[in-house]
Design a protein around this ligand. Structure first.
Ligand code: ARG
Length: 298
């Protein structure tokens, strides 16, 4: 079902019509060896140039990696490349997909900032070694696309949520919808601190999402509320300072989230999630947290 939906009038299918998709069981992680803030390409990075405590960053990253292992997921770890201080945010360089016949495909990103463009071929190698069919966007036809920073799969469903406005251009989603034969619901982002969809929108399970509502338009909020039964909202403080919505639930039950999101965590527990808190303070200085520090793979 190829279709791009941007407002509620275009939403002409029900949740039951959506095809299912297996949950990925592998996690790609990039070591933070060369992680740093060397330039400013989002408002969170301002004032943090050269201010990364490398030992603390490594420690935070180790805790996260171990937690994925403890959940029983297979971790695929690669080295970061010198000269690419943001490569640790490996949610951004690609969008993987699995078709009904089990064929694995991936669409590689066209990064918005020149400083990050060189990360894409390094991540592409992982897909080539893992038997994915690799697809590219025509850079002359489309603007930028930052993978799962902006394009987020619904939990176990062939439905893509497509953020646009800062790092990804909206017209990319028509092509993605046709290429993967999936419906895409687009969401315009309106606040520069929430420059990627994964900073303000976290799919927790089939029926539950965690959002920061001020990052969206009214049209977007209508779509979110139409599809999800449970919409948990983060406060400005927890969303902006602690990146609460950059959490992740690899299995629809356990949630990995930045430490200290007190209100969101209470809400998550009331919805029967197991909350695991992590310190990602060094990565917050670059505008990223748990969700964007990994890529789920089949
Ligand atoms: N410094 C990185 C950038 O601005 C952070 C990326 C975080 N990734 C994310 N999906 N939110 O590109």
């Amino acid at each position: 079902m190829s279709k791009v939906i941007s407002n509620i009038k275009e939403l002409d299918f029900s949740f039951e019509d959506l095809q299912s998709m297996p949950a990925p069981r592998k996690v790609l992680l990039v070591k933070p060896t060369h992680f740093d803030v060397e330039y400013v390409i989002n408002p969170h990075m301002k004032g943090n140039m050269g201010d990364i405590d490398k030992i603390a960053a490594q420690d935070e990253w180790d805790h996260l990696r171990n937690a994925y292992k403890e959940l029983g997921l297979h971790t695929h770890v690669i080295d970061g490349e010198r000269g690419f201080p943001d490569m640790v945010f490996c949610a951004n360089q690609s969008l993987p997909f699995i078709a009904e016949d089990g064929n694995k495909k991936v669409l590689m990103s066209v990064m918005h900032a020149d400083q990050r463009k060189g990360e894409v071929p390094v991540i592409q190698r992982v897909y080539e070694e893992s038997s994915y069919e690799v697809h590219h966007l025509d850079e002359n036809k489309f603007g930028s696309f930052e993978g799962m920073g902006d394009a987020i799969w619904h939990f176990k469903k062939k439905l893509l949520w497509g953020g646009h406005g800062f790092r990804t251009s909206k017209d990319v989603y028509k092509l993605i919808s046709e290429k993967f034969d999936v419906p895409v619901i687009t969401l315009e982002l309106v606040s520069d601190k929430f420059y990627h969809l994964d900073t303000c929108f976290c799919v927790l399970n089939e029926h539950t999402v965690l959002i920061y509502s001020k990052a969206f338009t009214d049209e977007g909020l209508e779509l979110i509320h139409a599809v999800f039964e449970n919409v948990i909202e983060a406060s400005k403080y927890e969303a902006e300072e602690l990146f609460a919505c950059n959490a992740t639930s690899p299995d629809g039950k356990n949630v990995f989230i930045q430490q200290g999101c007190t209100d969101v965590n209470q809400n998550l527990r009331e919805h029967n999630f197991n909350v695991h808190e992590f310190s990602t303070g060094e990565f917050l200085k670059s505008g990223g947290s748990v969700f964007c520090m990994k890529m789920m793979l089949w």
